[in-house]
Structure formats: structure tokens, C-alpha cells
Design a protein around this ligand. Sequence first.
Ligand SMILES: [Zn+2]
Length: 246
Amino acid sequence: MVTMNCPKCGAPFEYEPGMRFKKCDYCGTMIYIDKSRVMFYYIIPFSLNSQQATEVFRRWAAGSTKAKGLDAAQIKSIKKMYFPVYRFVRRINGREEDVIKPAKTTLLPGMSNLKIPPGDMRIFDDKYDTGDAEVIQPDTSMDAYLGNLPGEAKEQEIVYFPLYEIRYVFNGQEYNVLIDGSSGEVFSSYYPTRSSAPYLLLAVIAFVLAMAGAAGGVMISGVLWFLVLAGFLVGGIGGYFIAKKF
Ligand SMILES: [Zn+2]
């Protein structure tokens, strides 16, 4: 047994070596223990409800790089969760920088690109109501990262991040996308894109026409210059229809 003091209320508590999480018996604060370090759990509240997260998804899906009709994709499930990340505050060349790393093994996209909004971190204790969100437990030690970080350590803590995972179906295939429940930022590593093949074919046709027009206009007859114009027209009008159809 090792004795330490709660970082919030100062009450002593005992824990077994190797134990990583402990709730303070006195004030209820969740305490994270890593080697000889004791630190708080922090949590960032949701500022989006699931309805708003769905709207964020629809807007994202309507973007110009997404497949046509993706914004009408069928949503299979929306999971509301608090995902644990480590926040390492590092001093790099005299400046302070946040490095965020997942504290749970994950295939979810974007977990190393999360930004912690200033002022939004709350201490995660008994009084904090996590509501209907699932609280995901960490499974990765902080030490897995500490050796490979830039600069020198200033502080580190564990932060529960509010996330929506939306699973959706498009053309019979299932995809997932993550939405930051505090900022509305969207993370997705793989999604149905707008096909670029028709554009490519069209660009080739337009280019060949224009080149033939330019060559013909110089070498054969001035009339053939119209092919240059035809090339531009094919590119412009064709592009418009492809954009509508695909
Ligand atoms: Zn305490």
C-alpha cells in the first residue's frame, strides 16, 4: 500500500501499486495514478446535442468532395461518449504546446488531432453528471508516450473528450464519422467521395480538341481555331452536367 494525497481536497488515500484509477473517499474526485504521479481527471462538457450533431453530419456530407447524395445517407446509430485522451503540456523552444494522445486503443479517426478548447475543462468528480454518454475507460499507460514527446514536460493530465460517433450507410456500405461534441469539428478517415473519373475523361477530350484546334488553326486553316473554343465549351458545359449527375 502507498499513501498519497488527493490533488483536490488534500485528503490522504491509500492505493495498491499498479492501480491506475481511484476515487477520493473524501471528495469523490476521480484521481489518475501513473507511476508516482497523481493527477486529476478532467472532462469537457458537450455543447452539441445529438440533433445538432446530426445536422453537423448532414452539412459535412453535403460538401463538394463528398459523394452525391451522401447528405441523405441513412444514419444507423449515434453513440455519445466521453473518450479519454492524455494532454501533455510540453515546453518546446520556450513555447508551451499541447500534445494530445489517445488513452484508449482506438481505430477512431482524428484522436491525435483533438484541440482542447481553453477554459472548457472541468474537474471530473462525483458531482459531474455524464448523463446518457458512455464513459470510455483508458487502457494505455501515459508512459507509452512520455519517451517520444518533443520538448520537456510541464504537466500532463487525462481529459475526457465529448464525442459523437455516427455510423451511416451509403450504397450498402457502412462508414463512421466522429463529431467533436464541444466544437462540432468532424473527423473522418474514409468516406464516399465524389468520383473524379468523369472529370478526368472530360478534361482529356477538351484538351485534345483545343490542341487540335490550335495546331489546325496555325498549319491548315484559320477556321480550325474554332476547335479551341469547342474544347472550352466541352469542358465547361460537360463539367456542369457531370457535377449535377455524379
Ligand atoms: Zn479529495
